[in-house]
Ligand binder design. Structure first.
Ligand SMILES: NC(=O)c1ccc[n+]([C@@H]2O[C@H](COP(=O)([O-])OP(=O)(O)OC[C@H]3O[C@@H](n4cnc5c(N)ncnc54)[C@H](OP(=O)(O)O)[C@@H]3O)[C@@H](O)[C@H]2O)c1
Length: 325
């Protein structure tokens, strides 16, 4: 009787014989070589695309925007850093220009200060942005604000504020910069959305709604801009360890001021910024940067909506109970 171990060994020997005695080995090596070559070409194209590109980043004073500024700067991009806090933008510019951790030629960034809640300021800011380097290659709509609250307690003003910052502001800035991109038949618009732009979580209504609207608008834009060769990338991260929950507004418009456990345990903004750089460099259309569970939840929402809704209702019950206890 042949033992199980020797049967396994025999199988291994036969498999190895098959691989080495036929064309399988050269074929495997050839595939690996082609794969490596494609990756290398992609990498070279990405580097060339980002080097000297004029990149506008909103919300550059903090979190993901700040880290994006660092990675795009190191890639050789010509930056226009935007935010509400001029001093913080200047401080970041100093930090970037005194760092020496890059081999490519770098460029001193410009800063433009404006509030996305102010439509008039956005039009003026767009003109100022265009004056910096004469055009814009890549617009990264990153700035955003989060929200925590129950729908029934939340004033309509709070819903509007979140929509102004996360949706109408980026839409207005994009519309103000698009004519120049269309004239050049060149440009790339990036929207930093969220997993909550694909699924809605209880007690985040205004935020999830603003990010769903963002996803919808920029998906339409992608289709409409194809004729001008303008790229559109929507990026949907899961939790990132930034000040987003601290800066979130509550049902009455006051600052939430709490570092949520989910946010604290989120991905590092440095890692997410590198993912953003790669997604933009590869001109990806729609990217989810999340762990397995949130990614699965997105599919569950489409494939088994009933189950998804039950899970969200149970989450709402639990959160309400925790708040009342
Ligand atoms: N952190 C997460 O877990 C997470 C997950 C998914 C998606 N995101 C998205 O990632 C993006 C960046 O957020 P973050 O996590 O880096 O949060 P953050 O640290 O709070 O940074 C938010 C940035 O947006 C700017 N901003 C807020 N309101 C603005 C306004 N009215 N006008 C102009 N700028 C404004 C802030 O500028 P000031 O310094 O002036 O306040 C700040 O630079 C947001 O779109 C957010 O929705 C975050």
């Amino acid at each position: 009787m042949v033992s199980q171990a020797s049967r396994k060994n025999l199988l291994k020997v036969r498999v190895m014989d098959f691989i080495t005695s036929t064309a399988v080995l050269p074929l495997l090596l050839g595939c690996l070589g082609i794969f490596g070559l494609v990756q290398l070409l992609q990498w070279i194209r990405m580097k060339a695309y980002l080097r000297k590109a004029v990149v506008v980043i909103t919300g550059a004073t903090s979190g993901l925007g700040k880290e994006c500024a660092k990675v795009f700067y190191a890639a050789g991009a010509k930056l226009v850093l935007c935010g509400r806090n001029g001093e913080a933008l200047e401080e970041l510019t100093r930090e970037l220009t005194t760092s020496s951790a890059t081999k490519v030629q770098t460029h001193k960034p410009y800063t433009v200060t404006f509030d996305l809640e102010d439509p008039g300021a956005i039009v003026a800011a767009a003109a100022e942005i265009l004056q910096c380097f004469g055009h814009v290659d890549i617009l990264v709509n990153n700035a955003g604000i989060s929200y925590r609250g129950a729908i029934m307690d939340t004033t309509l003003d709070v819903d509007k504020r979140v929509m102004e910052t996360n949706y109408f502001g980026p839409v207005a800035l994009t519309k103000a910069l698009l004519p120049s991109m269309i004239r050049r038949r060149q440009g790339h618009v990036v929207a930093v959305s969220s997993v909550q732009g694909k699924i809605s979580v209880p007690f985040r209504s205004a935020y999830a709604a603003s990010k769903h609207a963002t996803q919808a608008f920029f998906d339409c834009l992608r289709a409409e801009m194809e004729q001008y060769e303008i790229e559109v990338t929507v990026i949907s991260p899961g939790y990132i360890h930034t000040n987003l929950s601290l800066n979130a507004i509550t049902a009455d418009g006051s600052r939430y001021g709490v570092m949520d456990k989910t946010t604290a345990q989120g991905r590092s903004p440095v890692e997410v910024a590198q993912n953003v750089l790669a997604a933009v460099g590869k001109k990806k259309k729609d990217v989810i940067l999340a762990d397995l569970l949130p990614s699965l939840a997105i599919y569950l929402r489409t494939l088994a909506p009933g189950l998804f809704f039950s899970l969200m209702a149970s989450r709402a019950r639990k959160e309400r109970k925790a708040k009342n206890s």
